[in-house]
Design a protein around this ligand. Structure first.
Ligand code: FPP
Length: 239
């Protein structure tokens, strides 16, 4: 028999997939779908406190997304800049702390400046922790973490014999986050696509057919409520 924890997932991570198909179904350019997706994100962030979700991490742009057309990439970067510019005030007011994970090296200067500014402006907030993965890839993150760790060893600041899971996690982009309890992917694909590989070792997964722009707060609420009824054992056996 399943015994639910009865508690909401503390940390939910979402792979927001299906914007392109949503736009295509309407005979519109892909960017139209991304814009609708950005509006949906706003709605989902706002409902988190009511559901007891303290941490929300979303996959906005992957290290693989650079393979898309120049037009789509430029459109997405403009959308990220606009989202930050237009949303900062509301995010500050609503107690959302925003942080970014991923490699900033390939992102344009103006966008990185806005990201830094938003992190700074929301640094005192703690009602909801929104983490946006931008130019993020799980393998890339592990490689970058390993590089930093190796540099510490070379500089004699770290004894390699002391490296364990906990010390390694400290070098990941997500050092400030608890592991996700629940990972949701929209649009019917049952893949994790290089998202939070290390961190999701014990997460529950939910793959749903809904395209991201149709992912309403009601759909989110249903999934979060469903999670509370599941049992998590972390590899242990329950009596
Ligand atoms: C995947 O859909 C979506 C993305 C690659 C971009 C996600 C971005 C947003 C939802 C915009 C809002 C985000 C922020 C931070 C403002 P897809 O294009 O792969 O869809 P498809 O599989 O149907 O082609």
């Amino acid at each position: 028999m399943k015994r639910g924890t009865g508690i909401a997932p503390h940390h939910v991570a979402i792979i927001m997939d299906g914007n392109g198909r949503w736009a295509q179904q309407r005979g519109r350019p892909r960017l139209f779908g991304h814009q609708a997706g950005a509006r949906r994100l706003r709605e989902i962030v706002r409902v988190c406190p009511d559901l007891g979700v303290k941490y929300l991490t979303i996959f906005a742009f992957s290290t693989e997304n650079w393979k898309r057309t120049q037009i789509e990439i430029a459109g997405l970067m403009t959308l990220f800049r606009r989202y930050i510019t237009l949303e900062t005030k509301a995010l500050v007011r609503e107690g959302v702390r925003v942080r970014f994970i991923g490699d900033r090296i390939r992102l344009d200067e103006k966008l990185v400046w806005l990201m830094d500014e938003l992190e700074l402006m929301t640094a005192d907030n703690s009602r909801v922790h929104l983490t946006i993965a931008l130019n993020y890839g799980g393998r890339d993150e592990v490689a970058r973490a390993t590089r930093r760790l190796a540099q510490e060893v070379r500089a004699n600041r770290l004894n390699p014999d002391t490296v364990n899971e906990e010390t390694f996690a400290h070098y990941l982009d997500t050092y400030f986050l608890p592991d996700p309890d629940l990972v949701i992917r929209t649009s019917g694909e049952a893949r994790i696509s290089n998202f939070l590989l290390w961190q999701s070792a014990y997460a529950e997964y939910e793959f749903i057919d809904t395209l991201w722009p149709d992912f309403t707060k009601e759909v989110f609420t249903e999934i979060v409520t469903g999670y509370s009824g599941r049992e998590r054992r972390f590899g242990a056996v329950t009596a």
